[in-house]
Write a protein that binds this ligand. Structure first.
Ligand SMILES: C[S@@+](CC[C@H](N)C(=O)[O-])C[C@H]1O[C@@H](n2cnc3c(N)ncnc32)[C@H](O)[C@@H]1O
Length: 289
């Protein structure tokens, strides 16, 4: 596996060594902890396109881990399906092992869209690309990997493409400050963005992680922001509402896992119009999170 240290801010070429790898995550040295697979089957019979996509995703016999709930993936698919006629591209920010990317990749062919994968970690991008290639080989000419964060992608890609109309799925850093940077960057290319589906709006955790995605949404768009809830919504007695033993993460009861914020008519409370996209770029390479 080639290490792409000097690829920040550029599109990556697929790693040819992964095509024959029995265990791509081992070749890329990606540890799998929980190994959770989203149960896409619970939606069987609700949508024929989703059913075909789920079957393709499940037919790929490699080890991976999905980090969102099946409810989030199904709602994300439904959101894309409803507005795909107004879109040219899907952008998945924060791919990890390709859970959300697989669902978005399944929309590429039937809905005539492109998909850009954006992540600060090049190994995750390569793993995700290979997972998608095995599930949706004919879609791959329309799928690219961008090594960087969302402000860098906005500056180097969206800002240069007048015709693009993108739906951005944000599941990258969940820390308040980085989410603010990411969404702020979209302000400068807002004419090219239909809306943003943002995951982790029910997330809390240890104070050192500053997991306040919902607060970042309110800071950007105001407390009265109009959004469509996405994904799971847990009751107060659900075990996941208690801090876990590893990083202290837990979910707020009664709060949606994600929010879809359409940009048409949204009120920007930040950034100030006198600020510039460059103000939101990372100073020295990956900002992580
Ligand atoms: C929660 S995981 C994504 C899970 C994935 N969407 C899924 O459905 O399973 C977060 C991902 O965001 C990436 N990441 C962290 N900080 C980021 C940033 N500032 N910009 C882009 N990606 C980031 C991590 O490398 C990781 O791949």
């Amino acid at each position: 596996m080639a290490i792409h240290q000097n690829t920040w801010g550029t599109f990556l070429e697929p790693d040819p060594g992964l095509a024959d790898a029995e265990h791509p995550h081992e070749a890329l040295k990606i540890p799998i902890q929980g190994g959770h697979h989203a149960e896409l089957d619970i939606f069987a019979g609700k949508n024929a396109v989703f059913d075909r996509m789920a079957a393709r995703i499940q037919s790929v016999g490699i080890a991976y881990e999905d980090q969102c709930s099946a409810y989030h993936y199904f709602d994300l698919f439904g959101r894309v399906e409803r507005c795909h006629g107004e879109l040219s591209r899907l952008v998945d920010v924060g791919v990890f092992m390709g859970g959300s990317a697989a669902v978005l990749a399944g929309c590429v062919e039937p809905m005539g869209l492109e998909l850009d994968l954006v992540d600060v970690n090049d190994a995750y991008l390569q793993f995700t690309y290979e997972r998608l290639r095995r599930a949706f080989p004919r879609a791959m000419t329309r799928i690219r990997m961008f090594h960087g964060d969302l402000p860098t992608y906005a500056a180097r890609v969206l800002a240069t493409e007048a015709q693009t109309r993108a739906l951005v799925h944000h599941d990258g850093a969940h820390s308040f400050d980085q989410v603010i940077r990411d969404v702020s960057a979209l302000y400068f290319v807002r004419e090219r963005v239909h809306g943003m589906a943002i995951q982790g709006t029910h997330l809390r955790g240890d104070i050192r992680y500053l997991n306040f995605v919902d607060a970042a949404v309110y800071a950007m768009f105001g407390v009265g922001v109009k959004y469509e809830p996405l994904g799971a919504n847990f009751p107060a007695d659900a075990p996941v509402t208690v801090p876990n033993e590893w990083d202290g993460n837990y979910f707020l009861a009664g709060q949606p896992e994600g929010m879809y914020v359409p940009f048409d008519g949204v009120e920007w409370k930040y950034p100030h119009p006198m600020m510039e996209l460059e103000d939101f770029l990372p100073g020295e390479g990956p900002s992580g999170g």
